[in-house]
Design a protein. Structure first.
Length: 354
């Protein structure tokens, strides 16, 4: 039986993407060769890379606006470092909304003092700070659009006169935003786009070239841009599978279409959390994430019963992160509404048992 996969990452991918990518492992485009045993410089793979880069910009509505897309390695965690290396000259402002923001700040601090414009750390990051100032003499402002671990999400972004950098690892391609507000967007593939191994970086080219330091080649966005994301061997399987997911999303109707489905899933999920007296939501309501719903049992004694019921219903990946506890339902793009309905049924069934 196929499970209902609520895994926070690596996460669920569309079934047709899994089928096509596994076929390409055996025989890529009827070439008699596997996708992973051909040269990355061969035309069939260069086409994959170019298609993936173009699809990313098209879906974000950033074509022809001075942006370029890269598929790099090292995960979003390497971007914490690369952003600072490429952009930080004197000082930068960071919004600290969770574990991933804090890790981004830690890496940037290797280069200079970082100014935390605001933080919700003392509330264990259960809300998104608002109404902070971003000094306009800073090199850039960095934020995290969706806090995967705590289940909060930025619903709006500040108007910023300095470059805005955003870690969108866990909600990219999930909702409509004016993506042209951002100068650098990065996202590890494994939350909403593909298998682990590649990281999408979307860059407005004119923000680069303003720091005085020497940047090692692999860390230099300009080097990767000048080589069309092929400076060294790219993670071919991860890029190919990401391309398939982006094509799947485009065929579905793009971000507006998936946002409607994601909205529905989140509404079904949160209304059960609110209505069922056995459960309590973690994040404050106005900042709740459409991607990761975090909640706990009011009475921990029911944990064993609930966990058994989840297992029997074929529900996978619902355990909360250790820094929050309880449960986390990750509802990324490829998760069907039906899976959320199954989960919600189990939750209400627990109420009749308790
Ligand atoms: C998972 C995650 C990361 C870390 O990604 P890696 O690819 O494992 O380095 C960073 N930021 C956010 C928001 C995440 O959800």
């Amino acid at each position: 039986m196929k499970k209902h996969n609520f895994s926070a990452g690596p996460c669920i991918l569309p079934n047709e993407v899994l089928i096509k990518s596994s076929e390409a492992i055996l025989d890529f485009n009827n070439s008699g060769l596997s996708l992973i045993e051909i040269s990355h410089r061969s035309k069939p793979f260069v086409d994959v890379m170019e298609n993936a880069r173009a699809l990313a910009l098209e879906l974000l509505g950033l074509e022809g606006k001075g942006y370029k897309a890269l598929f790099l390695q090292g995960g979003a965690s390497t971007q914490f470092l690369m952003v600072a290396l490429n952009m930080l000259e004197k000082r930068a402002g960071y919004l600290n909304t969770g574990t991933w923001s804090a890790k981004a700040i830690k890496e940037a601090k290797i280069f200079d003092d970082i100014y935390e414009v605001a933080t919700s750390e003392s509330a264990n990051y259960n809300y998104i700070p608002k109404g902070y100032d971003i000094p306009n003499e800073y090199d850039y402002f960095h934020c995290t659009s969706n806090n995967t671990i705590f289940g909060t999400q930025m619903k709006s972004f500040p108007d910023c006169s300095i470059p805005m950098v955003c870690d969108m690892s866990s909600d990219i391609f999930s909702r409509q935003l004016d993506f042209s507000k951002f100068d650098i967007i990065y996202a590890g593939a494994q939350k909403n786009m593909g298998p682990a191994g590649t990281t999408l970086v979307v860059i407005k080219e004119d923000v680069l070239g303003k720091v005085s330091r020497k940047i090692p080649s692999m860390m230099d966005y300009k080097v990767h841009l000048s080589k069309s994301s092929m400076f060294n061997t790219p993670p071919v399987f991860s890029v190919y599978t990401s391309m398939l997911t982006l094509q799947w999303l485009k065929d579905l109707g793009g971000i507006p279409a998936i946002e409607e489905i994601n909205d529905k899933k989140a509404r079904v999920m949160y209304s059960e959390i609110d209505i069922n007296p056995l459960f309590k939501g973690f994040a404050v309501k106005e900042d709740r994430s459409m991607m990761n719903a975090t909640f706990t049992l009011v009475n921990e004694d029911l944990k064993e019963t609930f966990d058994t019921m989840l297992k029997e219903a074929g529900i996978n990946g619902l355990n909360g992160h250790r820094s929050v506890g309880g449960y986390r339902a990750s509802m990324y793009n490829a998760l069907p509404l039906d899976s959320v309905k199954v989960l919600v049924e189990v939750m209400s069934e627990l109420e009749t048992k308790a």
